[in-house]
Write a protein that binds this ligand. Structure first.
Ligand SMILES: C[S@@+](CC[C@H](N)C(=O)[O-])C[C@H]1O[C@@H](n2cnc3c(N)ncnc32)[C@H](O)[C@@H]1O
Length: 260
């Protein structure tokens, strides 16, 4: 079982990855919003940002298996350019909207308030792995009862749950959330787990080039996937290390994790 975190610039480490070895890439890079990640990675000009994005996408593409997928998190500002580029190399399967459930409290007055992130789901080929049953959403007993008209009885979606749609309403993480770590753009585990379960097989290899607080490593640890992750900031690597050790202890897991 491969489980490695590299404190390294992904573009420097990517060449060591074997071709056709990755089942799933979960890429949550800086969005070019000027955030402080303890480095300048989110402070590139739009031109440099797009060139850098194309560079890492080009480098990672041959590492993905023919049945593999890549999910990329971005914003409406750069989704058009990034998705057009991705479509020259991959099949586009979905544009997923992450509705961050931002409370309505004023907001922008010269435009509509932006309350979502965009997630592009791309596959290497039409034979991509996808397990919808692992991410079905079960009905609560009342809703289920309300849908038991005879034509629905026995339907898989009614018994096992419906298949998630492409708008995911999950609150962004606040200090009160127990899973929250000291990272400015930590993604909710619920979102990353859904991606891991739907788009990688058990024991499959997941790659996270921009690990942040390590949410994808946690999702892999909890769901029996291998994981290779890169994070350039050593302080975030310490956060990830502590987070994984805590979860290993809670869940009584013996998995060997290497921190390089
Ligand atoms: C949007 S955050 C990822 C958040 C993560 N998904 C989570 O849930 O915590 C992007 C991360 O990429 C890191 N980063 C930026 N450039 C990098 C590079 N070239 N190689 C590796 N990590 C990088 C930043 O330090 C930052 O922590």
């Amino acid at each position: 079982m491969n489980f490695h975190l590299f404190n390294e610039d992904f573009l420097k480490g990517v060449d060591r990855l074997k071709e056709n070895s990755i089942d799933l890439v979960i890429a949550d890079p800086p969005y070019s919003l000027g955030k402080d990640y303890g480095n300048d990675s989110d402070k590139k000009s739009p031109k440099d940002f797009l060139n850098w994005t194309k560079e890492w996408i080009t480098a990672v593409e041959p590492k993905i298996k023919e049945t593999g997928s890549l999910y990329i998190f971005t914003t409406w500002r750069f989704a058009p350019e990034i998705f057009s580029f991705m479509k020259t190399k991959f099949l586009m399967i979905n544009e997923i909207i992450w509705d961050r459930k931002v409370p309505s409290m004023g907001g922008s007055t010269r435009r509509f308030s932006s309350v979502h992130d965009t997630i592009g789901f791309f596959a290497k080929s039409k034979d991509y792995y996808f397990d919808i049953d692992s991410v079905r959403v079960p009905y609560d007993p009342d809703t289920k009862k309300a849908r038991t008209r005879s034509i629905f009885v026995g339907k898989k979606w009614l018994e096992m749950g419906y298949n998630p749609k492409d708008v995911w309403s999950v609150s962004r993480l606040h200090k009160i959330h127990r899973e929250r770590e000291n990272h400015p753009t930590q993604k909710p585990l619920k979102i990353i787990e859904r991606i891991v379960k739907a788009s990688s097989p058990e024991n499959g290899v997941v790659l996270d080039p921009f690990a942040g607080s390590g949410t994808s490593l946690v999702a892999c640890l909890l769901n029996n996937r291998q994981c290779l992750a890169y994070e350039i900031n050593p302080e975030y690597c310490s956060i990830i290390k502590k987070r994984l050790q805590r979860i290993k202890k809670q869940e009584k897991l013996n998995l060997e994790i290497s921190f390089v």
